[in-house]
Design a protein around this ligand. Structure first.
Ligand SMILES: *[C@@H]1O[C@H](CO)[C@@H](O)[C@H](O)[C@H]1NC(C)=O
Ligand SMILES: *[C@@H]1O[C@H](CO)[C@@H](O)[C@H](O)[C@H]1NC(C)=O
Ligand SMILES: *[C@@H]1O[C@H](CO)[C@@H](O)[C@H](O)[C@H]1NC(C)=O
Ligand SMILES: *[C@@H]1O[C@H](CO)[C@@H](O)[C@H](O)[C@H]1NC(C)=O
Ligand SMILES: *[C@@H]1O[C@H](CO)[C@@H](O)[C@H](O)[C@H]1NC(C)=O
Ligand SMILES: *[C@@H]1O[C@H](CO)[C@@H](O)[C@H](O)[C@H]1NC(C)=O
Ligand SMILES: *[C@@H]1O[C@H](CO)[C@@H](O)[C@H](O)[C@H]1NC(C)=O
Ligand SMILES: *[C@@H]1O[C@H](CO)[C@@H](O)[C@H](O)[C@H]1NC(C)=O
Length: 439
């Protein structure tokens, strides 16, 4: 029996470590999410090529907010960027050995940014000039693309051997993305506007970048609090849920708040937080509001505690077993996310365009809220054991810290007792299952 238990234990440790290992660049609620860069060589030039670069954000709920993306790579040889359309390199670098025609960028590791909206027409390219802002695929597929054109040359040589750029880096706008190597893929095909003629790129390569919250920041960036109609306790966000390193916070009744420029974003995007016990820029509150015979209703409120940031096109993902039967969502848009065909327990809430898709800076307008009406499944529905609260919550693609399970508002009377006995029996059955797998 001792070895049996050991095996079960080892299996559990193995499974848990597998989960952590995966967590590095894998989001279980969006397993196919990534950002793909596609380089289509459209023509050869005397010393190089002209490529159309397309950035596709295939992530369902993670977008790139202002101040936008920054893309970098390392040239394989001594390439220079002769010119760009729809984007620019942030630094020209040392072009001193050029006479006459001066390249746009001579750096071996160029950093590219999108142009701002409103640039002259002749500097624009398809899907460019949005200040580097890219929507999530799930909320706005048409806005989830960014693009520019780059003219690359080997400065005066006639070497037609294309060496793919290496070591791609992507900031979106903060850290968190890791990009794989460029891979040659079948050339992209294009249709003429009347669809009567098909052309193709001379050569195409793709680069895939994936996001990891652990790379982005060692602390969460949001937390969750709970309340219910059946218990007056409000379960707050855990203290220091987002780390307590932002020591220079401002209390919400401070005179400093009337200072001019308090809301001006900083170049380094450093937040200015309202002082709270959790010290998170974002709090999501889930309130179990009403109980009907066949339905129940939850209220969701998102509050911004950062005085220096407006969240545009924000997204909120929740996982709850009853999201398979959402009857109505008031004042947010809603889309079920079905990462695994068999389980329909995850959905994405986001703001309605021009109504509440902007979550304003901390202050009187720094919140958005909505209610959701869910249809009960008589076999699973219960208010016991915190069942009515979400299992996972993500804001803008980052997982929020939930309160510890034993602090959830309890259903009064005998329910507490049952809640305590139910947990061990679940653990026992998980353990038995692990044993069954072993044998
Ligand atoms: C990137 O995402 C797309 C869309 O979900 C998917 O088809 C593709 O396989 C992904 N690429 C990689 C390398 O994971
Ligand atoms: C290359 O990237 C594009 C999107 O930018 C995608 O549509 C295409 O499927 C990718 N090709 C391969 C082979 O992954
Ligand atoms: C072109 O570049 C390749 C790879 O760097 C090199 O092997 C080849 O000798 C070069 N050819 C010329 C004509 O420079
Ligand atoms: C690219 O990245 C690899 C691994 O991170 C590193 O070993 C290599 O030196 C880098 N190459 C360049 C040219 O920066
Ligand atoms: C947020 O948006 C409002 C309205 O567009 C604007 O007045 C304010 O300056 C913005 N705040 C920040 C921090 O960008
Ligand atoms: C998932 O649940 C939503 C309602 O919450 C429903 O509209 C949708 O059809 C369901 N999808 C599947 C595949 O069951
Ligand atoms: C939603 O709930 C009703 C009533 O319980 C049930 O008949 C229906 O099958 C449920 N729909 C889904 C997608 O589970
Ligand atoms: C409300 O829930 C709390 C746990 O968050 C519990 O300590 C308390 O006893 C509950 N109140 C009632 C009246 O059951």
């Amino acid at each position: 029996m001792a070895t049996l238990m050991n095996n079960g234990f080892i299996l559990c440790v193995f499974l848990v470590s597998l989960m952590f290992f995966h967590a590095v660049a894998y989001d279980p609620l969006d397993p196919n999410g990534n950002i793909t860069l596609k380089w289509d060589v459209m023509s050869w030039t005397a010393d190089g090529y002209v490529a159309a670069v397309t950035m596709n954000n295939f992530q369902m709920y993670r977008h790139i907010m202002s101040p936008g993306w920054q893309l970098g790579w390392t040239w394989a040889k001594k390439e220079v960027i002769w010119s760009m359309v729809g984007a620019q390199a942030t630094e020209q670098g040392d072009c001193s050995k050029f006479k006459g025609n001066i390249p746009h960028c001579c750096k071996r590791t160029p950093t590219i940014v999108d142009l701002l909206p409103g640039v002259p027409y002749n500097q624009q390219f398809q899907n460019c000039c949005k200040g580097g802002v890219v929507a999530a695929y799930g909320t706005d597929p048409a806005g989830s693309v960014s693009g520019f054109q780059v003219s690359v040359g080997l400065a005066g040589t006639t070497n037609k051997t294309v060496k793919l750029p290496k070591n791609f880096t992507l900031l979106g706008p903060g850290p968190g993305y890791t990009c794989g190597p460029a891979k040659i893929v079948p050339s992209t095909t294009f249709f003429t506007p009347d669809h009567r003629r098909k052309t193709q790129a001379l050569m195409t390569w793709n680069v895939t970048c994936t996001y990891s919250q652990f790379l982005a920041s060692k602390n969460p960036s949001c937390c969750v609090s709970f309340s219910s109609f059946y218990n007056e306790t409000i379960t707050p966000c855990p203290s220091c849920a987002c780390g307590c390193q932002h020591k220079n916070c401002i209390s919400s009744d401070s005179n400093l708040l009337s200072t001019v420029g308090i809301n001006t974003p900083r170049k380094d995007n450093a937040p200015l937080l309202q002082c709270t016990r959790h010290m998170c820029p974002i709090r999501v509150h889930w309130h179990v509001k009403l109980n009907y015979k066949d339905y129940w209703r939850a209220k969701i409120a998102v509050t911004n505690f950062n005085y220096r940031l407006n969240y545009t096109q924000w997204t909120l993902v929740a996982q709850h077993p009853n999201l398979n039967n959402v009857t109505e969502v008031f004042s947010f848009d809603y889309k079920p996310l079905i990462p695994y065909q068999s389980i329909n327990d995850t959905g994405m809430f986001y703001g309605m365009k021009y109504y509440n898709d902007l979550l304003m800076e901390a202050g009187p307008f720094g919140n958005v809220q909505s209610e959701v009406l869910l249809r009960k499944d008589p076999n699973t529905f219960t208010f016991k054991q915190g069942w009515a609260f979400p299992r996972k919550v993500y804001f803008n693609g980052d997982e929020c810290m939930l309160p510890p399970p034993d602090s959830y508002p309890y259903l009064p009377n005998a329910a507490t007792l049952r809640a305590q006995t139910a947990l061990p029996s679940f653990l026992i059955s998980a353990f038995l299952l692990a044993l069954m797998v072993m044998w």
